[in-house]
Every structure is written in structure tokens, then in C-alpha cells.
Design a protein around this ligand. Sequence first.
Ligand code: GLA
Length: 724
Amino acid sequence: MIHIENNVFTLHTRRTTYQLKADAHGVLLHTYYGARIGSDDLSPLIQLVDRGFSPNPNELGRERNYSLDTLPQEYSSCGVGDYRMPAVVVQNADGSHLADLRFQKYETRPGKYALPGLPAFYGAEADTLVITLEDHVTRLAVELYYGVFEEYDLICRAARIANHGGASVQLLRACSACLDFPRDDLDFITFDGRHTMERELCRTPVRPGVQSVGSVRGTSSHQHNPFVMLCERNADEDHGLCFGAALLYSGGFEAAVESNQFHDARFTIGITPHHFCWTLEPGDSFTTPEAAFICSPDGFAAMSHRWHRAIRTHLCRDPYKGRRRPLLVNNWEATLFDFDADKLVEIAAAAAPLGIDMLVMDDGWFGTRSSDFGGLGDWTVNESKLPGGLEALVPRVKALGLDFGLWIEPEMVSEDSELYRAHPDWAFHAPNRAPSRGRSQLVLDFTRADVRDYIYDTLCQVLRNADIRYLKWDFNRSLSDVWSVALPPERQGEVYHRYILGLYDMLERFHRDFPDLLIEGCSGGGGRFDAGMLYYTPQIWCSDNTDAIDRLRIHYGTSFCYPVSSMGSHVSAVPNGQTGRTTPLETRGIVAMSGAFGYELDLSEASPEERAIMKRQNEDYHKYYNLIHFGDYYRLTNPFENERYTAWEHVSEDKREALVSLVKGTARAALPCLTLRLRGLDESLRYRVNGEGSWLGGTLMHAGYPIPTGGGDYRAIQLHLTAE
Ligand code: GLA
């Protein structure tokens, strides 16, 4: 709900309130964000004080207690007296770097705004507010978009920067959002890592100066995720005010918090300003990616639940937002590049009786690709591995009762490929410079429509020749040598972002032309695991690390923003290829089942005992599917702090059913007994646990449930609770 009175804009969601005000000078103040309150003008909370070395706008004459440097603002100006992080940086035609943005007008609209060519939350039940600011000299206008989803406590923001003046302007920084918090007691939480160990939670107090995370790799990256949090120092799963901020963007980003001289915090999020320079000719505009915020007055768990629901229902699109995802077997860890049609059919034949829905043929099926040194770009079937092509293979797999899926890496080219030999200029490279290779491959210039059209057409042929239900869309290096022959020198600062717009254009075409196709995103596992991708690919391969124990940490970090249904998660063979660790098959199943579940091993080699366990796992997954994918997810322990065991829980919306999973660490003798306190149940309902006993919800949550000790290394336990 949006309440507007005397230029005070109050955005109410069910549990939170967000307020801004255009003051008498036209400065757009940020007056409040937190637990739900009324619509009173909160600007009297801002105390105006004469501060040394904080300039005053010219029109204030001799008045010294009003300064942009100290006021909490909604989208901070640049170069006119605010020395904190600017929301926007420009270079005007006269060479100055000044933008003094003042309120001009506002407008409200029913429904959620959309951003052309960019991912965004959608929904008819949301409300939109658009506030326009303008610099009176250059006539640079900034439209600030607000989308308010009451039920999810979700507030979306984006900015459209338009040049209404008569001279060209260069945009050097364009944040999606800026948020000022007049408080000094916040922690900054980020999700950091590396290839095969993504999204480890890192929490630090906000300290004087700027703290930031980001990516300059051209992808959102394994190293830092474009989801971050700010929270009160004492906030935890159940208590305290916290704010989550997600950037719906798959390219380089920056999320930063600054504590200024008076310990007030400013947060900004948007495209990384590194390598960014966008020319706005008169009449041009630039639209930032969307930033989304959820505030929870009562801790992390409630915030995560709202992110999960909002992403599932208002970001992921039909048909897969509600449709059951296939339980799949992928041949990558089973065979790497060394497979042929018979081997795949053998795996499919072993999968069929286990209740597996789909075979995914991973890397190595096309061109001359027999290792990762060649072949990318040649999207035609390698008939020496697959005689008769997909037209022959897919019906054989379908005859066994399985659907068929395919791995692709459309944005890449190998130098050893027909495509590269024909079009060496299609790969990113700068004049007179040999480009760096990553995994021995180069990146195609997706800013170019001709390059995209060619790749799209070749892939369409593949998709039209056989019944393919799923694509794994991979991306296996970071960008370098970014320079496009299609743009003049003064526009090379646009290439990184135009690349992402090209990627989104391609993904949108697949969504439009193949509406039933499920696409799973991937970038060496979780190198492009972001809310932007989830608009096009409702699930993303979470990590190339399939070790069940490492996955506990990866899933934990990922779960703060992203729903279980988005996390591609497979059972693989032991000893694990990444860690060398051996874990029980039951444990691997319980861990992977809390995700978009599948297998990634040679099922034809499984023993009868293993096959029996897998069959049970698959039955369980189907049985618990709604609970796992659509229930509320509770983190019961923090695997970074508790090495002894990790536990989590899925609870149905009506609280009548729950699934608790617990994985122990390495076995030790004579350990203390373990009592696990559950969460999210109905205190007054009685539950049966694995069909036995009668436990009051309040007892299970406050006193706990006894977990048997022993059992060896990495034992897992699953408890299914049903209300009586
Ligand atoms: C990436 C993916 C893997 C696999 C390989 C194939 O690393 O994350 O799952 O598909 O590429 O080359």
C-alpha cells in the first residue's frame, strides 16, 4: 500500500514501512525503513545541525545547518556537497562531474513496473510508485521506480536515467538503489567464496569507511554473491531487524556500505562502476537492473521465507514456477567426456526402474569435443560418439521411460572449432592483443545481434530435431579482454553491460519460443547464481562441489535468499571427486534431496543394495516434494559454527507436516547426548515422528527431540512429522 500526503511517500507492506519525503528544497529524503508503523511524516527525526566542512546548498543563503552531506537521502547526488558514496556519477558535456537531483513529480500505477530487457519481479497485486528527480542545469532526469509487494514485505527498486538536456552525458556510475540508515549498530553480511565453495556467510560490524563486495568478472561470480544483508548487531534466526538486498543482475556488481563521520550508514547496490561508462545522447535513457529489498523485524528465518516465496511465485516464471521439476541423472561425473550413445542408454536403463525422470547428456556431445580444449561453438552432434545424432539417441532414452536433457555453453567458443576458424572476430579480444584464455576457451561477443542470432539458430535446430525437455546452460570462465568490434572506442565502457543484455535477450527468446523447456543455469556450478538468472532459469547448478558435507555449507549460505527449488543438487559417487571424502549414500541422498534433486554417477555400476537405497530416496523425494519445494525452510544449525552436526527443516504452510534432516560430522567416542530443538511447528498440535509417538509441537520446539548417538562418520537422520 502506498500512502502519499504532502510529498511524504509511505510504502507499507504487511510487516514493514518505508518512507521518503521530498522536502521544501526538493531533496528526496529517506526518513524510515523498518518494522511497520503509521504514515506520519518522520522527517522531524532528522536533526539539522551546522557541521564543519559540510557545505550548504546555494539557495540557503546564510543558513548553515542544512547539508546534503548529513541528510539521509534516497538517491544521492554527485559532486554538490555530499561526500558519501554517490548513487550516480556523471561527466557532463562541460567536463564537470555534477548532478544535483531534485524532486520534480511523482506518479503511482497499479501493478508492478517491468524493466524492458531486464529481469524483474512481476505481479498484478503489487503497486508502483515513480518519483522523478532532475538536475535543473543539465536536465538529467532520474526516475526512481518502487514496486511494493505487501504480502512478501518486498520492495523493488530501479532507476531510469534520462538525458533531457541538449548535450551528451557520460554515466560513470548508476546504482539501482541507495539506502541511508541513520544508525551505527549494523552488521554487514555477505556470501563469499570460490569455485567449488560458494556463498560462505561472512558477518562483520559496519565500521567507519566503505566496505564492499562485488565482481568485475562480467558475471555475478563464485567469489561474492549479489545478495547481501544488513542487520542489527544482535539479530539472529529468530530476533532482530534485518534487511536483505538482492540485485537482479548476472554481471559485475557492487554492494557497498559506508559508515560516515557521524556513524550513519549508507548502502548502495548496482552494476560495478569498474569498466562502466555509458553515453547518453540527448533523448537517451539508461535503465539500471532491479534491486530488491526485504526487511524482517523478526530475524533471518522470516526474511528467508519471504525471499523464497517471492522468488518462487513472482520471479520464476511459468510453467516451471509451480510445475514439478524432473528428477534427473546427469552423466558428467560418471563419464566426463568419455561416453557414447550405448553408455548413455545403459545409464538411462539403470535409472528407469529407480523412478528417475530424465537423462541429461552433459558436455562432450558436439563438434569434435573430446576434452575441454576444443569444440565449443560447433553445436552439431558428434556422430562418431552418437551415430544417427539426437534423432537416434533420444527415442532410445524415451523408450526406457525417461525424458531427455542437454548441456550447452552458448556464450563460448574454442579456438579449435569450425566457428572460430570461420569467425575469429566473434570472440572478445582487443586490437593487437592476444586474449587470455579461461578453461582454454574464449567468450563470444554477445553484444552483437548477428553473433547471438547465429548461436540461437544453431541451437534451435538441435532443439527442433529431437524431443529435448531441458537445457543445462553453462558458462565456464570469467570475462577478460572485453572489447567489441561493434562499438566505437568511446562506447567500449558499455560492453560488459551490453553483454548481459545480450545474454538476457537470448534467454528470453528461448523462454518465448520453447515455453515448455526447463533451463538450469550453471557457471562452473554456482558462478552465476543470482536472482537475475532465476527469472529465466528457475534452477541453477549450485556448485561443482558435490561432496555432501561441503554442500551443507553451500546450501546454508545459499538458503538465506534463494529457495530450495532453485538449488540444483545431485548425489554423486564416493570417494567424492572434489574432496576425496566418502559419505554414506543415505547421507548424500538426504543432502541432495533438499534441492532440485538428481544423480550424477554411473547408475549402471550401482550394487543391488545401492539401487534399493536410491529407489527409496526417489520415492521419498516424490512423497515430500511439496513439503521440500513449497514449505518454509528453517536453518536449525550453522554449519560454520557447529562441526558436530548440521540440521535443517521444511515445514508445510499449514504446519501440519515437517521434514527434519540432520547430518553428523566425523564420529567421536563418548559424545554428549543430542537433543534437537525444532522450529516453525504449531505449539498446540500433536505430531507423530516417523509414524510413532505423540509429541506436542511446543515440546519439540522448546524441549527438543532425542537424536540417537553413534552410527559412524557423516550419518544422516531424517524425521518426518505429521500432525495427528
Ligand atoms: C561445468 C559444470 C559441470 C559440467 C562441466 C562440463 O564445470 O559446472 O557440471 O557440466 O562444466 O564441462
